[in-house]
Design a protein around this ligand. Structure first.
Ligand code: ZN
Length: 358
């Protein structure tokens, strides 16, 4: 829906540009000889023909070799798991799950995934060590076949092993590792949990069907704020880019800009459920998203999404889709355009919802 609006807007720009050209030519031709007029008319016709021909660059995704060959639709399910994140990306039978809800919603998440006929997850990304992102991972790992788990190095963080969800998750990881490394000494084991990197130590890109996933962060080994361990990822399908930053703060957003990444995307999953710890104006300016999806719970205790962030989105004219208002938000894209299964949401903040007492 939004993509159609974009196409319409670019068409209008073209009409206005044509009108200006015609006006300029007619002013210029006043006072020219017949031969000069004929020559200019010929050039003008060529320019017009060139402009009227299908606008393939903007709308058809033929910007040269960078555009990926894609076939069929990719689906992105921003699953309604309350005040938590879990996003399922599916193309051509290949599946990535980005975060796994809270411990107490893990069973519901698995039910949703199985309800789509999915029994195997190719890549489970666990952004950072908080219950609302990794909490349901143990349940997912124990109830679905998971090929690979990509998570940051969190194993030296103090006191994580006192948390129930962490222990469930590690027990499930250990069980998979034990099975896959049978016959090897423990020091030779390769864990299912890793961060994909190439020989140079840089993040390696990988595919989910025809979609390409690129990790942009974490950029450091240790952070004082656990939110900053968040894996940040850009998923590209054809000409459509989607940005996920977990709960990373503005410090990470700044680092991503400094790193010089191409951050331009069509869709952004709101950082930290719409908190003002992230979602900086600077980062939004760098991404220029056409729309934003917010995963959060209605009347959650953090008052997400917060007022200042919603005001910023509104000021920038970016439509939002919200799991608290609409339930599961599903985006479908053919690599050129995209649409959502639910209407555009409001800019009402979490606190305002509570005040209204709705
Ligand atoms: Zn979170």
């Amino acid at each position: 829906m939004v993509a159609n609006e974009t196409v319409k807007r670019s068409g209008w720009r073209k009409v206005r540009f044509l009108a200006v050209i015609v006006l300029c030519i007619s002013i210029f031709l006043t006072g020219c000889s017949d031969q000069q007029v004929e020559d200019f008319v010929e050039i003008g016709v060529d320019i017009l023909l060139e402009m009227i021909s299908p606008d393939t660059e903007e709308t058809q995704g033929t910007e040269g070799s960078q555009i990926l060959e894609v076939d069929g639709n990719m689906e992105v399910h921003f699953v309604d798991v309350g005040q938590a994140d879990s996003t399922l990306i599916i193309h051509d039978g290949n599946v990535m799950l980005f975060d796994a809800a809270t411990k107490n919603r893990g069973d519901e998440l698995v039910e949703y995934i199985k309800g789509l006929g999915i029994e195997k997850i190719d890549v489970l990304v666990l952004s950072h060590p908080h219950d609302d992102h990794m909490g349901g991972a143990g349940y997912v790992l124990s109830n679905l076949e998971v090929e690979a788990v990509y998570g940051p190095d969190i194993f030296d963080i103090e006191d994580l092993d006192t948390l129930g969800w962490y222990n469930d998750m590690m027990d499930a990881i250990d069980a998979i590792d034990a099975e896959r490394n049978q016959g090897l000494k423990e020091e030779e084991w390769v864990s299912v949990w890793k961060l994909p990197r190439n020989e140079k130590g840089e993040f390696a890109k990988f595919n989910i069907g025809d979609a390409v996933v690129e990790f942009l962060a974490p950029l450091e080994d240790e952070y004082s704020d656990k939110n900053d361990y968040s894996i940040c990822a850009k998923v590209t399908y054809g000409t459509i880019d989607i940005m996920f930053t977990g709960d990373a703060t503005s410090a990470v957003e700044k680092a991503l800009i400094t790193e010089g990444y191409n951050l331009d995307v069509e869709v952004f999953q709101s950082s930290h459920h719409g908190s003002d710890t992230g979602n900086s104006r600077e980062f939004l300016d760098a991404m220029t998203p056409e729309c934003i999806v917010i995963s959060c719970g209605m009347k959650n205790r953090y008052n997400h999404p917060v007022k200042s962030v919603m005001e910023l989105y509104e000021e920038l004219g970016i439509p939002v889709y919200r799991t608290d208002e609409s339930g599961n938000v599903v985006m479908t894209t053919d690599g050129t355009t995209y649409s959502f299964n639910v209407p555009v949401g409001t800019y009402t903040s979490g606190a305002e919802y509570k005040q209204e007492g709705n």
